[in-house]
Unconditional design. Structure first.
Lengths: 263, 332
């Protein structure tokens, strides 16, 4: 298990190109889209910069991309044969899956740290408690997303198929998550969809954590960080975190059972 | 072979069917400790399927197999700990260095961290890759990768090393050096080697060979005994009219000749002395003639009725066999 985890780490640290490439997209969203839309949004954000608002969302997006990318390596291993080396070793299949999930979580979170370092540029304070909290959430989200990716990857034999499936899933997840807009006062259909999207429950605690450390007006807080509600009941942060963790564990369990069954 | 110690590999009535296709139909054999045992046959004969079952990668449909005393179906992890594998397709991680690949393997097999370094040095030395230990595997040539895979398969000092077509697609020089390692290994570590090949000349290096065809073992013996069993020399004829030549051989000499690789081929004692008679009495124009001492090719032909290359051409056009390969490939 530790070995599978370490292998992901070695590969990550030796692949600087990948680290750089994976950063481009979140940076585009954050600084280009964020700055561009700021002029439109200024009227309604009560003085809070749009970039500050979408920062937690972009962190999540970066995690999703990078964790999914890590899950691809399982498909690559299958296609390039390395998976066989692991399958014939006297180790349990479950430990391969667990190692993969933890490896993906670590790698994605490390990447997230680079984005965290940019917090100052979007008016998010460098508060150690905040940063630690965000890092913890990153680990959790990255774990769940990798578990999801691995679950899908176990069934797929070709890289092209996997990337197509990922494209199909990642973008809707991202757009329906509240990463780019507050999840209250939406049209009903959209509200329902966001509540069904697991990523919503990952973005919300992150945003809450960031806003807890911002010095802004009460009105702005209410407008921008309304929290996720179920039929008018505000879902507590702890439950949101619990949902993400439970989902991650459940998907990992599915991945393990499928992986163990393949001959 | 030495019969006092229990055999390292013991196989009885092993079969494997994929749907309708019988890939392996009841093979039985034993391999003694320290033996180099070769499985010889055309592609699609069931070699890889058999090796997969012995390595616990495929479950036998029926029959039993014990490797190093452990049952391949019931004691998978024990079997796995005691075997090393070199597959037909490479299974290295190209993004890691040679050393990282070996270390990863050592850790997967739970080797004591204190001895990994020394063992790694020894193995890299053996396959002449010590100077490339920090090179990324994706920069290695096919021969280097194969050598590294052999080194890796041996990291955990397995009792049995399985080599599935270890020299396929390699140049003759690399092939001979790989054979040198295999021999050295058998001498220094007493490792039992089980390998498949479809190169006849390589099968000569084995202590014993089993010829497998259409999922069954047709004969099993030492290369020398197999060649002796053929006995006669092989005569290959090019003629103006092959059909007439076949008929004439049957009628005038009582010889059942066959077409192999496009030439009339038959076996006869004292081939050189026979050729002049042939020219005098055959009655069909002869365009070329060759006489050769028996090789394993002849052994193969004698027991299966075709040369290994003809068997492959035939099996390539055989739809059910092609399906079987696809199936077995998909189940990896």
């Amino acid at each position: 298990m530790r070995i599978v985890w370490r292998r992901d780490l070695i590969r990550f640290t030796t692949d600087r190109m990948r680290i750089a490439m994976m950063l481009i997209q979140p940076l585009l969203f954050l600084f280009v889209l964020g700055a561009g839309l700021q002029t439109l949004a200024a009227a309604s954000t009560d003085g809070v910069d749009l970039k500050t608002f979408i920062f937690p969302g972009i962190l999540c997006m970066a995690l999703v991309f990078s964790a999914m990318f890590n899950a691809i390596s399982l498909v690559m291993d299958r296609e390039f044969g390395f998976l066989r080396e692991m399958l014939v070793a006297p180790v349990r299949r479950s430990s391969i899956v667990v190692g993969k999930c933890l490896g993906g979580a670590t790698v994605a979170s490390l990447q997230g740290v680079i984005l965290l370092a940019l917090a100052g540029f979007v008016d998010v304070p460098y508060d150690p408690v905040l940063l630690l909290g965000l890092f913890g959430l990153q680990l959790l989200i990255a774990f769940t997303v990798t578990a999801f990716g691995v679950m899908v990857a176990v069934r797929i034999k070709q890289i092209q198929t996997f990337t197509t499936v990922m494209q199909m899933l990642v973008m809707p997840l991202f757009f329906l998550s509240g990463a780019l807009y507050p999840v209250s006062g939406l049209p009903t259909w959209l509200e329902v969809l966001t509540r069904l999207n697991p990523l919503t429950y990952a973005v919300d605690p992150m945003r809450r954590l960031v806003f807890n450390h911002l010095d802004i007006s009460e009105a702005a807080r209410r407008a921008l960080d309304p929290g996720v509600t179920w039929f008018g009941w505000r879902v507590p942060t702890l439950l949101e975190v619990g949902i993400v963790l439970a989902l991650g564990l459940a998907m990992m369990a599915v991945a393990i059972s499928q992986f163990t069954r393949t001959e | 072979m030495n019969t006092s110690t229990p055999p390292t590999i013991e196989v009885a009535g092993l079969t494997k069917t994929y749907g309708e296709v019988e890939a392996v139909r009841g093979v039985s054999f034993t391999v003694a400790r320290g033996e180099v045992f070769g499985f010889l046959g055309p592609n699609g004969a069931g070699k890889s399927t058999t090796i997969n079952m012995l390595c616990t990668l495929a479950r036998p449909t029926s029959g039993t197999a014990r490797v190093s005393g452990f049952d391949v179906a019931g004691e998978r992890d024990d079997v796995r700990r005691h075997i090393g594998l070199v597959f037909q397709d490479q299974t290295l991680d190209g993004y890691l260095t040679a050393e990282q690949n070996l270390r990863l393997h050592a850790e997967l097999y739970g080797i004591d961290p204190g001895v990994i370094g020394a063992r790694m040095d020894q193995m890299l030395e053996m396959v002449d890759l010590a100077d490339r230990r920090d090179g990324k595997v994706m920069t290695f040539s096919g021969g280097m990768r194969r050598r590294l895979e052999i080194a890796r398969g041996l990291m955990h000092s397995p009792r049995v090393l399985f080599l599935d077509e270890p020299t396929i697609g390699l140049d003759p020089q690399t092939r001979s050096s790989i054979w040198r390692y295999i021999r050295a290994l058998q001498e220094t570590e007493g490792t039992t080697i089980f390998m498949t090949t479809h190169y006849m000349d390589e099968a000569e290096f084995c202590d014993r060979i089993a010829i497998i065809d259409r999922g069954e073992i047709v004969v099993l013996d030492t290369p020398a005994a197999l060649k002796a069993s053929v006995g006669a020399d092989r005569v290959t004829l090019g003629t103006a009219d092959d059909a007439a030549a076949l008929a004439a051989l049957r009628d005038r000499f009582g010889i059942e000749a066959a077409m192999a690789e496009g030439a009339v081929t038959f076996h006869v004692d004292a081939g050189e002395a026979f050729v002049p008679r042939l020219f005098a009495e055959l009655g069909v124009a002869i365009t070329s003639v060759a006489v050769s001492r028996p090789t394993l090719d002849d052994v193969f032909m004698r027991y299966t009725g075709s040369t290994i290359r003809d068997a492959e051409t035939a099996s390539a056009s055989d739809l059910s066999r092609a399906t079987m390969r696809v199936l077995s490939g998909a189940r990896r």
